[in-house]
Every structure is written in structure tokens, then in C-alpha cells.
Design a protein. Structure first.
Length: 142
């Protein structure tokens, strides 16, 4: 009986250990490039969350934004977290928008450049959505 209990305990501990080690995050030194890349990434996420609210306004207003919606789907698939800054669902600042895409095997400088490109793309989408939501000014022909 004691042996059976010990065996069951060993199986339980092994299972817990294996399940906890299932999430592999790349551990690397946090460099200035990665810190800047993460800052840019956070700016992108801020814009993406604003866009979520803008999408609601566009839907409520019956404004067609199909092309922008397609661009957002692509952006959502392409955005990645910066190594060393992977989000935790335990953070005190919970975002509505989460990134779960696998990271890419980039150097620190490449991560920085990638995040710059992603910020430029989401900023462009954000601006075009603002234009769609802006009240139309009537043109007066003279």
C-alpha cells in the first residue's frame, strides 16, 4: 500500500513538472534594442486597442470598412511579442488585445526593426479609420 501511494505521488509530481515546463519562452539577455522594440510594441498595442473601439463605432454607424478589416486580420497574424517581454495574464494592467503568435528567430536589431514596421502599419490603419469616422464636410461649389 505504501509503495502504491509513493508510486502515485511520483506520477503526480512528474505530471505537474511536465505540464509546467510545457511553455517554452526564449530566455535571452534584455538589450537596449529589445527594450526599445518592446516600447514600440506597446505603442502598437495601444493603437490596436483604440482601433477595437473605432471598429465598434464603424459597425454601429453602418460604415463599411471591409478593406481595413482585412488589413487588420493580416496585422493581427503578423504581430509578435518581443523576447523577454512575453505578456502574462497575471499583469496588473490587463489589455483587451493579446498577442499569442509565435516569435520569430530574429536578432535583437531585427526585432527592433520588425516592431517599427508593425507600428507604421497599425498607425496607417488607425489614421484611415479616423478618416472614415470623421464627419463629412459638405463641399460648396461656387
Amino acid at each position: 500500500m505504501k509503495r502504491s501511494l509513493l508510486y502515485s505521488f511520483f506520477i503526480l509530481i512528474s505530471t505537474v513538472f511536465l505540464s509546467c515546463s510545457g511553455h517554452k519562452h526564449e530566455h535571452r539577455e534584455i538589450t537596449p534594442d529589445l527594450e526599445e522594440a518592446n516600447s514600440i510594441h506597446q505603442s502598437s498595442l495601444d493603437l490596436r486597442e483604440e482601433i477595437m473601439e473605432m471598429e465598434k463605432s464603424l459597425r454601429d454607424s453602418g460604415i463599411d470598412y471591409t478593406n481595413l478589416k482585412d488589413e487588420l486580420k493580416i496585422w493581427d497574424k503578423d504581430i509578435i511579442e518581443v523576447p523577454g517581454f512575453e505578456h502574462s495574464h497575471d499583469d496588473e494592467h490587463q489589455r483587451k488585445y493579446h498577442v499569442h503568435n509565435p516569435s520569430k528567430p530574429f536578432s535583437d536589431a531585427e526585432h527592433l526593426e520588425y516592431q517599427k514596421v508593425m507600428l507604421d502599419e497599425i498607425a496607417g490603419i488607425h489614421e484611415r479609420m479616423k478618416v472614415l469616422l470623421a464627419p463629412k464636410v459638405m463641399e460648396v461649389e461656387g
